[in-house]
Ligand binder design. Structure first.
Ligand SMILES: Cc1cc2nc3c(=O)[nH]c(=O)nc-3n(C[C@H](O)[C@H](O)[C@H](O)COP(=O)(O)O)c2cc1C
Length: 325
C-alpha cells in the first residue's frame, strides 16, 4: 500500500505507533518500525537529554528502519529541558518528530533545518489547519474515541476525519479507535493517508509493559473508559479502575471548584507503577474506547501483517464485490 504517509516517512505500511508515556520505549518503537510501520519513542518518558540520547541509541541498535520521537508539550510547574531534548533529536539524525499538546511553532525552524519531518497531533480541524499553516508536514487527527487527551470539542472520527479531508492539503492519519483492517480501510475511505494507533499497540508481545496491563486491555470493553479532568479543561480518556471511580466521584462532588491538587493522588506518578509494576488500581492511565476491539496479544509483526492482509481483502474482495454486484 502506497500513500502520502508511506512516501513522506519512507515506511512500508501506513501505520504509526503514537507516542505513549512509559510504553514508547526503544522495544516498542523498534518492533513497529521493524514490522514496516513507524515506531515512536516518547521523549518525555526519558525526561532528560542524556536519557533520550541513550534511548535513541538503543533503538538504533534494534532497528535499521526509520523511527520517530514524540515531544509532548504539557502545562507544567517544572517544564522539562525542551531545548536540550530537541538538540539531542537533531544531533541523533532521527528524521521524524511527532508533536502534541501545544503549538510546536517555536521548534519548527531547527527541525526543518535538519530535514526532520513533523507530524502534529490535533483533536480539531482548526488546530490541524493551524499546524498546516505553520509548516508541519502532516497531521495526526485524533478523534473523541482516542486514548489520552481528546481535547474539549468531543467530535468523533466519523465526522472529524471527513471534515479534515475537506479542509487540509497536507497528509493526515486517522488516530483514535484504530485497531484493525476495518479501521485502516475506513480511515482511507474518509480521506486519511493511514492510521495512528496507541492502545492497540500496548496489547502486543513486544510492548514493554507489565502483563497485567495487556490482560486489562483484553478484558476491557468499549464501555470501560472514563473521561477525567474535564473541569480542569484537560480532559483525558482513561481505563476505569478503583482510583478512577474515586476521582470521577470527586469531580461530581466538587464540580467547577475542583483543582489539580484535589486529584493529585489519582493522577501523579501513576505511569511507572501501572506500566512497570502492574498495579492496576493505583491511578488513572490513558486508554481508548478501542479496548473493546482488542481480543488478543499478538506480536507487532503479526498485528501489522494481519491488518495489511485483511485490508487488501476488504478492498479487493468485499468492496469490489459490492461494486460488481
Ligand atoms: C497509555 C497511553 C499513553 C499515552 N501517552 C501519550 C503521550 O505521552 N503523548 C502523546 O502525544 N500521546 C499520548 N498518548 C496518545 C497516543 O499517542 C494516541 O494518540 C492515542 O492512543 C490514539 O488513540 P487510541 O488509543 O484509540 O489508538 C497516549 C496513549 C495511551 C493509550
Amino acid at each position: 500500500m502506497k500513500t502520502r504517509i508511506t512516501e513522506l516517512f519512507g515506511i512500508e505500511h501506513p501505520i504509526i505507533q503514537g507516542g505513549m508515556h512509559f510504553v514508547g520505549l526503544a522495544e516498542m518503537a523498534s518492533a513497529v518500525s521493524n514490522a514496516g510501520g513507524l515506531g515512536i519513542i516518547t521523549g518525555l518518558t526519558q525526561g532528560t537529554p542524556e536519557k533520550l540520547e541513550n534511548e535513541i541509541n538503543r533503538c538504533k541498535e534494534m532497528t535499521e528502519k526509520p523511527f520517530g520521537i514524540n515531544m509532548t508539550f504539557l502545562p507544567s510547574l517544572n517544564p522539562p529541558d525542551y531545548a536540550g531534548l530537541f538538540k539531542v533529536i537533531v544531533d541523533s539524525g532521527v528524521k521524524v518528530v511527532e508533536t502534541a499538546g501545544n503549538n510546536p511553532q517555536e521548534w519548527l525552524p531547527m527541525l526543518k533545518e535538519a530535514d526532520i519531518k513533523v507530524i502534529h497531533k490535533c483533536t480539531s480541524v482548526r488546530h490541524s489547519l493551524k499546524a498546516e499553516s505553520i509548516g508541519c508536514d502532516a497531521v495526526s487527527v485524533d478523534g473523541f474515541e482516542c486514548g489520552g487527551h481528546p481535547g474539549e470539542d468531543d467530535v468523533p472520527n466519523f465526522i472529524l476525519l471527513p471534515r479534515a479531508a475537506e479542509e487540509l492539503s497536507i497528509p493526515f492519519v486517522a488516530s483514535g479507535g484504530m485497531a484493525n483492517a476495518r479501521s485502516l480501510v475506513a480511515a482511507l475511505a474518509m480521506g486519511a493517508d493511514g492510521i495512528n494507533m496507541g492502545t492497540r499497540f500496548i496489547a502486543t508481545k513486544e510492548a514493554p509493559v507489565h502483563e497485567n496491563v495487556k490482560q486489562a486491555l483484553v478484558g476491557a470493553s468499549e464501555l470501560d473508559t472514563r473521561l477525567i479532568m474535564r473541569p480542569l479543561r484537560n480532559t483525558e480518556r482513561v481505563l476505569t479502575n478503583a482510583a478512577v471511580e474515586r476521582l470521577v466521584e470527586k469531580e461530581k462532588r466538587m464540580g467547577e471548584d475542583l483543582k489539580f491538587e484535589d486529584i493529585m493522588g489519582e493522577v501523579a506518578g501513576v505511569y511507572p507503577r501501572v506500566m512497570q509494576d502492574g498495579e492496576m488500581d493505583v491511578g488513572a492511565w490513558s486508554c481508548g474506547m478501542v479496548a473493546g476491539l482488542i481480543h488478543d496479544i499478538p506480536t507487532v509483526q503479526e498485528l501489522i501483517d494481519q491488518i495489511m492482509a485483511e485490508a487488501e481483502e476488504i478492498i479487493q474482495g468485499r468492496l469490489g464485490h459490492v461494486l460488481s454486484a
